[in-house]
Ligand binder design. Structure first.
Ligand code: MG
Length: 389
């Protein structure tokens, strides 16, 4: 059973904490990178939100003229002219690392403030789970992501599983797992970890990015979630479970779409429910959730306020004057990017492109976008023409 209400109950805190911590942490560095002294009137009344996979990048390579498209948002001197952010359901690495990877790949200077990933809202759960034992799941560096957000006692699911002999009866058939396990044990010896996993219960489980070993991860998560956070013990109250996104499919290197975190959620939920006879409780973040778009608007406003080198006064404008007349969402996935922007309503304007999940000739029948173009370069061209910028 989906507990979407949970998302809304944390929304107020989410926005407040974002403003108070994340944005201010990055804004001074961002100001140094992007400040210029142009007149205040030059600040555009629109902003752009780019999905990443299938829009700017596919299979680790830039697509659709994305480096050229982004360069148009900067002045000749390399300072940012037009406020934009990346709004992705993907993740697995800290925002700071993603920003430098994107800068390298796309050839422009990107700040961590501009990177909003599926798991970015997890940082607002630090007040609830900051000192508890939690388990982070997914590709990349899920535990590092959570540690950077301020959670103090995080184990990746690889590390956690390594404490329980025989928890994955198939591990001996997984050739890759031997090498991985040796590395994990080495890291664990260096880790200052004071918990006893046999008596200290896991309080929260976080699916940070796409799980790598579905079979093992579903087994271990079922153990944690069925037995009150203590695998192998008696059945007990289900610990909290959060998903960074709920995408059923996404477009990667392979011609046909791949199974995303939403597919993993369906698998875990069905198995948990069949085994336990009670519905799995969870909260999913990510697009198309309206709270993601609300937050994106507030992050974009912060980016915009740094353009004139004065983030505290935002050019002397009131908050109302600061609001965008239009925010463009450029995405490849109708059910995620376009549905989300449409649900978010004013001031969002959706642009669907054909370099990823969507490949149709006309608009998408179920989630039609405000505009359909070929690729991201055409999308940016359209925006700049329309805004006469
Ligand atoms: Mg995409």
């Amino acid at each position: 059973m989906s507990v979407y209400m949970g998302v809304f109950s944390v929304r107020t805190t989410y926005l407040k904490v974002y403003r108070a911590s994340r944005i201010q942490t990055y804004s001074s560095r961002f100001r140094r990178l992007h400040s210029h002294t142009g007149p205040d009137t030059q600040r555009p009344s629109f902003g752009i939100s780019f999905d990443i996979d299938g829009v700017l990048i596919r299979g680790g390579k830039a697509i659709g003229g994305s480096p050229q498209a982004l360069r148009r948002l900067y002045g000749d001197d390399g300072t940012l002219k037009i406020p934009y952010i990346f709004l992705t359901n993907g993740g697995g690495v800290p925002e700071s690392k993603r920003a430098s990877e994107l800068s390298e790949l796309l050839g422009v200077q990107i700040s961590p403030l501009q990177v909003v990933q599926g798991h970015s809202p997890f940082r607002d759960l630090v007040s609830r789970f900051g000192n508890d034992l939690i388990v982070a799941v997914g590709k990349g560096e899920p535990a590092k992501v959570m540690l950077e957000y301020g959670f103090k006692n995080v184990l990746s699911i690889d590390e956690y599983a390594s404490f329980f002999k025989g928890i994955d009866p198939l591990s001996r058939y997984k050739n890759w797992a031997f090498k991985q396990n040796n590395e994990i044990m080495k890291n664990m010896n260096e880790l200052d970890f004071s918990y006893n996993v046999n008596s200290d219960a896991v309080k929260g489980t976080f699916i940070v990015s796409d799980p790598v070993d579905w079979g093992r991860d579903i087994q271990v998560l079922c153990d944690i979630l069925s037995c009150g956070g203590l695998p192998g013990k008696e059945k007990g109250h289900q610990p909290a479970l959060y998903f960074a996104s709920d995408d059923l499919l996404y477009q990667a290197e392979f011609p046909a779409e791949r199974l995303g975190m939403g597919a993993f959620r369906i698998a875990l939920e069905n198995i948990f429910n069949s085994v336990n006879g009670i519905p799995l409780q969870y909260t999913s973040y990510g697009k198309p959730n309206p709270s993601v778009f609300k937050n994106a608007e507030s992050v974009l406003m912060q980016v915009a306020s740094t353009l004139n080198g004065n983030p505290d006064h935002a050019g002397g404008r009131t908050e109302k004057e600061n609001k965008f007349r239009t925010i463009y969402m450029i995405g490849d996935n109708p059910a995620v990017d376009i549905k989300g922007a449409t649900k978010a309503g004013y001031p969002w304007f959706s642009i669907l492109i054909r370099t990823g999940v969507f490949k149709g000739k006309d608009n998408h029948p179920e989630y039609p976008a405000d505009m359909v173009v070929e690729n991201v370069e055409e999308a940016v061209e359209y925006i700049l023409k329309k805004e006469a910028f």
